[in-house]
Structure formats: C-alpha cells, structure tokens
Design a protein around this ligand. Structure first.
Ligand SMILES: [Mg+2]
Length: 362
C-alpha cells in the first residue's frame, strides 16, 4: 500500500542542548563530561539531570535520572581513572538567549516554522520539491548552526512532522536521517512502540501486556480495538502506527491555524455527503475563529485522505483577508472538487478523511 504524502518536513533537534551551550560558553568545561541539572551535593542532592553531554552519557548518566545517581556514576568513573563529570546548574537565561538566536536562523530558511521546545523546531520545506534538495538544505542548516553557535543538531526529514521527529532521533548526535515517503512503512515497522511520540510509560505498559512491542505489532490491531482500549487517543495511534500525520507546521505557540477534520464511518465519494460534511466543518472552523480572538483568514487548506491512505493537502491563499462563511465554503469546495473527478482522482478512489483548515489569521 502506498501512503504517500506530498509535504517535506524537517525536524531539527539540538544535541544535548544545555550541556552543549555550557561547553561553548565556558572553555573550562569544554571537551569534558558535563551534567546540567540539580546540585548533586556530593551524592546527597535531590532533583534530576536536565541534560548530560555524550561524554557523561558514556558513564551511564542521562536526562531525568536522579542527580545522586549521576553523581555515583561519575565517582565510579573517577575511581577507574576517568575524568569525573562536571555538574552545572541550569542557566535558563543563557539557553533562552541561544535558543532565540537559533530559532531566528531556522526561520530564515522557511516561513513555516514551529518551535516545538527550547531546542527543537519543525520546518515545512516542501518548497524544495524533492528529498535530495531537502537533504542539501538540511546540511546547510546544520553547518550554519555549527558556525553561528558552535553546537551540533540532528535533523530528520520526512513527509510529515511525525516521521521527521522520529527520524531526527535516529542518528544522534550530529545526525541527518531522510525518510522517503515510500520508505515510511519499512522505517517504522521494526521500531519499538516507545519511539512513537505520545506513547508514554503507561500506554506502553498496557500494550506490552498485549504482546505489542514493535510498531509492526501495533499495526495488526484494528482501529475498533484501539478505540476500545484507548478512546480517541487509540484512533490517533492507529494513524501514527501507519506514519500518518496531517498536523500543519504552525508558527508560534498560540494557535495560528484552526481546523476540523472527520474520518467517515464508511469511505465515500458521494458529492452530496462530502460537501455537506465540508460545510459543517467550515461552520465549526469559523466558530473557533472568533473564539480564538481572530476575525479574518487568508489561507484555506483542504486535506483529503483516500481509502488507501494516500493523503493530499491543497491550499489557496487569498489576496485579501476574508471573514465570511460563504467565502470559506466556496474556497474549500473549489479545493475539494478536483478530488471527486478525474483531475485528482482518476481511479475514483473513495475518501476516508476530509479536513478543512484556515491559516494566516488576523
Ligand atoms: Mg535536543
């Protein structure tokens, strides 16, 4: 089965960010095992490790570990003749400053950027058109970050945010992993389920109990079953296990995009039903627009997923901001119609999911 999506998304994740920034800022600790976090108080400290650099990780130290434990690992290493780790307090002001600069750098490469955390961001780089060029762009971005801030980043590239995010974690540090759309399924299949963002210890425990350890095991479970076990989150998991994710790369932390989507009870190609549902979504979307404190939109995006899971998004940005429901309906319908005839759907494939989104809100 072909699950092709047309976007190209990059996820950029700094390597051991806090520790890397400390190394860069402070020549005394450069090249040494560095642990940023709570005060270890000679092994009696409470609190946890925020970030350990790769030299410290070689001692068994990792983030979220109790700081006292990290201290013991460092002591063990010292007794064996290695350098002991340097423990530093968290300096949010410094990391915030560096982060701000890094985000500016990233934003200069694409207008569509989403800050996912202090040291991670998504870039929509669909404009490069192909994965070879996407890979070259990622190399440039990595070099720029290294040159400007002296730290390394790992980049993942794929057809959506989910795949890009998983990919960026594959070859850390200083990694670059490209997952072509046709490689999404073999890429995901052998991964442990914990690699799927959102599967925490609780969900994992439940799934292990059902002998589900790998993504390929998870894929054998029906949508209905996952819904029964986990509710709405189960439905989303069903899609994630197939590498599907339609969420847009959106700027800023606030909502700058408002959308609604629906997976139909039965796949359909009925123009009447589809336009009806489309209108309902337009109404919902405009309702949320005013609730979000916005009045106008300029971009309308329609997402169509066919019964074979191929997913397409089509957008149109208007010259002038619009506010009316009939404008949204007309724009959305114009984007949907080609999927109902041979322009975008020559084999009359039925539609599984339909979504509408508005962007460039004001
Ligand atoms: Mg990171």
């Amino acid at each position: 089965m072909d699950y092709r999506e047309e976007r190209i998304i990059a996820h950029i994740d700094m390597d051991a960010f806090f520790a890397s920034v400390e190394e860069r800022a402070n020549s005394d600790v450069r090249g040494k095992p560095v642990v940023v976090g709570a005060d270890p108080k000679g092994g009696n400290g409470r609190g946890v490790v925020s970030t350990a650099n790769y030299k410290a990780r070689a001692y068994g130290i990792h983030s979220a570990q109790p700081i006292a434990r990290a201290w013991r690992f460092s002591e063990e290493a010292r007794k064996k003749g290695s350098e002991s780790a340097i423990f530093l307090p968290v300096d949010f002001l410094l990391y915030g400053r560096v982060s701000k600069h890094l985000m500016e750098i990233l934003h200069s490469y694409s207008g569509a950027m989403e800050e996912a955390s202090i040291d991670e961001a998504y870039l929509d780089i669909s404009f490069v058109w192909n994965y070879k060029k996407a890979e070259n762009l990622a190399r440039k971005i990595k070099e720029k970050i290294k040159y400007e801030e002296g730290i390394t980043a790992s980049v993942g590239i794929g057809p959506n945010k989910l795949i890009a995010k998983i990919a960026s974690g594959m070859e850390k540090p200083d990694g670059l992993t490209v997952v072509l759309p046709e490689r999404v399924q073999p890429f995901l299949a052998p991964l442990p389920i914990r690699e799927i963002p959102g599967i925490g210890p609780k969900t994992a425990e439940m799934l292990y109990g059902k002998k589900i350890f790998l993504v390929q095991d998870l894929r054998k479970i029906s949508e209905a079953e996952l819904y029964e076990w986990l509710g709405e989150w189960g439905l989303s998991l069903y899609e994630k296990a197939r590498g599907l994710d339609t969420s847009p790369v959106c700027e800023g932390e606030e909502i700058k995009t408002i959308g609604d989507q629906e997976t139909f009870e039965e796949d359909t190609l009925s123009p009447r039903l589809l336009s009806e549902r489309l209108y309902v979504m337009c109404k919902n979307v405009l309702g949320s627009l005013s609730q979000g404190g916005f009045q106008t939109f300029r971009t309308v995006t329609v997402t169509v997923r066919f019964s074979d899971f191929r997913t397409f998004t089509r957008s149109h940005t208007m010259k002038n901001p619009a506010a009316k429901e009939d404008v949204l309906r007309i724009e959305a319908l114009k984007l949907l119609l080609p999927f109902l005839d041979k322009r975008e759907n020559p084999y009359k494939m039925r539609i599984r999911l339909l979504g509408v989104r508005i962007e460039k809100l004001a």
